[in-house]
Design a protein around this ligand. Structure first.
Ligand SMILES: [Zn+2]
Length: 456
């Protein structure tokens, strides 16, 4: 890789390179995946001016005076998107330790920690995320909204975020923050201000409350989940009438609806109600997938979540281990069927269940379960752009799109794991990373000795 302008070297020292609005930047690489085509473009050239792509193709002429970044034997791609993250949380260690930590740390400290998760995610090549749920027990803070706004204002470095705030679920369901704790430990039952609602009218109130407080997308838990102590993994948790109210109210407010759903019955009812995406979908039967195909409902498979939990089973209590095993056993066949049937598949990982910044490991899991590498790449670019409703601005390398551009070594259609080694990240025309990840972009959370602690 060589940089023909020394200005960018100086600017890179500050983490994000600022370029004059009128100066063209030309990215060159051996190949390019444009976000929608079935074949890679050879001898790729992308011309960027300000925050936009002004041209993209093979062997294009270099505008005079342009800064050229030659990335060599690499593949350019639209910035990846992850349609299912939780950037304000980290559940990746010992389950009970993490549960205690949620009660232990004040919310401001958790918010500061989330800034490192945001950086790790964008440095891994994910320039957009749909962040599906951010809740802190017995707190009314909207940390995901704060994170999104701070990134948009340039206060911190991170991906573009579409946020769901708290998510919506039933009393005692997967999203009930007091589930598994002694009754009234926190003084009151959670209500719509915590995203807990029962009955169609209350569901509408919860949707309105979340939109009022900054939600870009509505998330709901319509079936049980793996990492919750008080429910079964596949039982339905909202009634069809509640789901109809959820979807109607959200769509009236022009917000899409993503539903956490493992169980088959809940999935059928949710698809019928008109949700935009089913998250997880572990136990969905072929007939349910047929319904999705007819309706155009997206599946966000989050294979990384179950993969991570299965690899670290000892970190979870026995009841959760049993739920994880059942969901994982079912999801592989469900995913293979979804690929065969040509269901719309969006790329989403459930980052926070595993450490932030490892999102790209999802690609290999998708390919191992029967998806072609090019379709896996499309899921994280063009497909996610469509699901998130921002496809007219991002998701492909085309004239007029925002310049969210990444590079990975080699050819991802020959070895999809190169997606895990992204070497260059540009977001809206600004170079966020070139070369190794920064120390701030690695999320290992270390504990320094407390020098003020009494010695005994
Ligand atoms: Zn999730």
């Amino acid at each position: 890789m060589k940089i023909t302008s020394h200005i960018s070297l100086i600017l890179l020292c500050f983490g994000v390179s600022a370029l004059a609005a009128d100066q063209s930047v030309v990215l060159k690489a051996a190949r390019m995946f444009d976000g929608k085509s079935n074949a890679l473009v050879q001898n790729a050239v992308v011309v960027v001016q300000g925050d936009r792509i002004v041209d993209a193709g093979s062997n294009l002429p270099i505008p005079s005076g342009a800064q050229v970044v030659d990335l060599g034997d690499a593949t350019l791609s639209p910035g990846f998107m992850d349609a299912h993250t939780h950037l304000t949380a980290d559940f990746s260690g010992n389950y009970n330790e993490r549960r205690l930590q949620q009660l232990d740390l004040n919310v401001s400290e958790q918010a500061i920690r989330a800034t490192t998760f945001a950086r790790a995610t964008v440095e891994a090549g994910f320039t957009t995320v749909r962040d599906l749920g951010s809740r802190f027990i017995a707190s009314h803070e909207f940390v995901d909204v704060a994170l999104r706004n701070s990134i948009n204002k340039g206060v911190i470095v991170g991906p573009r975020m579409l946020v769901a705030t708290k998510g919506i679920g039933a009393t005692g369901g997967h999203f009930d923050p007091t589930g598994g704790f002694r009754d009234f430990l926190f003084g009151r039952e959670p209500d719509y201000t915590d995203g807990i609602a029962n009955g169609p009218d209350e569901i509408r109130k919860a949707v309105r409350f979340e939109v009022k407080n900054g939600a870009d997308v509505i998330k709901a838990a319509v079936s049980g989940g793996v990492l919750s102590l008080g429910d079964e993994v596949d039982t339905p948790q909202l009634t069809p009438a509640e789901m109809t109210a959820l979807v109607d109210e959200s769509h009236r407010l022009r917000k899409k609806v993503a539903v956490h759903c493992h169980g088959d019955q809940a999935a059928r009812e949710a698809i019928e109600a008109g949700v935009d995406s089913i998250e997880h979908g572990s136990f969905m039967k072929p007939e349910t997938l047929t319904m999705m195909k007819k309706r155009g409902t997206f599946l966000t498979p989050t294979l990384m979540a179950s993969e991570w939990i299965m690899g670290k089973l000892d970190n979870y209590p026995p009841s959760l281990q049993a739920k994880a095993k059942a969901a994982t056993a079912a999801r592989s066949e469900m995913f293979r069927n979804a690929v065969k049937m040509g269901i719309k598949i969006s790329f989403g990982t459930d980052a926070a269940v595993f450490p932030h910044g490892q999102n790209a490991k999802e690609f290999k899991l998708m390919v191992d379960l029967g998806m072609s590498a090019i379709d896996a790449l499309k899921s994280a670019t063009g497909n996610d752009g469509e699901l998130l409703g921002i496809g007219q601005k991002v998701g492909t390398l085309e004239k007029g799109k925002l310049a969210d551009i990444i590079a990975m070594p080699g050819d991802p259609t020959a070895d999809v794991t190169v997606t895990e080694r992204v070497s260059f990240v540009m977001k809206e025309g600004k170079i966020i990373r070139q070369g190794p990840r920064t120390p701030q972009g690695t999320v290992e959370w270390t504990r320094s000795p407390d020098v003020a602690a009494p010695v005994d």
